[in-house]
Design a protein around this ligand. Sequence first.
Ligand SMILES: C[S@@+](CC[C@H](N)C(=O)[O-])C[C@H]1O[C@@H](n2cnc3c(N)ncnc32)[C@H](O)[C@@H]1O
Length: 227
Amino acid sequence: MAWRGSQADSRNRYLTKFDAAEADRYDGSVGHLSREDEDAYLSDLGRVAQFREGAAVLDVGAGTGTLCRILSRLRGLSITALEPAPAMLAKLTSKAELQRVTTVEGFCDTAGDRHHFDAAQFDAIVSRQLVNGLFDPLTAFGNWHHWLSPGGVVVVIEGLYGRSAWTGIWQEEVDVLPLSACQGTATVPYLLEVAGFRVEAVQLMDAVNRRPCTRTPRYVVVARKQA
Ligand SMILES: C[S@@+](CC[C@H](N)C(=O)[O-])C[C@H]1O[C@@H](n2cnc3c(N)ncnc32)[C@H](O)[C@@H]1O
């Protein structure tokens, strides 16, 4: 039974939806964080993950660069952004503070996406609000495992989204994307284990969740590739 359409169709819908107008809307709302909001992210991340100076970090589904911007406040990281939607990527590359971020246009969740990077190229792979939108999370996690160096770490930031979070043009995706509406924190670490990672932390982001701009509670999962 074809319980959902093809991944190619899903990708085309995604790219059509994230046009220039949607990228603008996103960048001005969910993508926009104040300095204090960024401080809250750094505080919550600092409790579960360390990024050493000189580390090669990949931000998957980087969008307009919100997480790149947060991480660029840490010393000496070499940041790469992978993002499939040209309009989102254009916003990211237009930001003066992100000029040192390397950008790659592409998705991450087919076997064919593996060619974007070399094996063991990154010390850390991070994502914010990407995983709920993946068509094939297990293939994505397999690619991430391949791109990470031994001992490297995955840091997933997600929201506890329910069905009602999927509104407007996004509503039709809720029963297509496997992690669209996980209202618990267990599914992401469970799947990261299946993909070969060792889970080190699963925590609500207390500082982020206290910020007035946070409507849906956020959590973070940290998982490591065996050294
Ligand atoms: C909700 S936005 C989050 C953007 C950014 N990470 C942030 O924190 O604001 C999700 C982003 O993931 C991208 N994306 C969607 N599916 C993807 C996939 N399979 N692989 C990589 N990126 C994807 C979208 O184009 C979009 O820019």
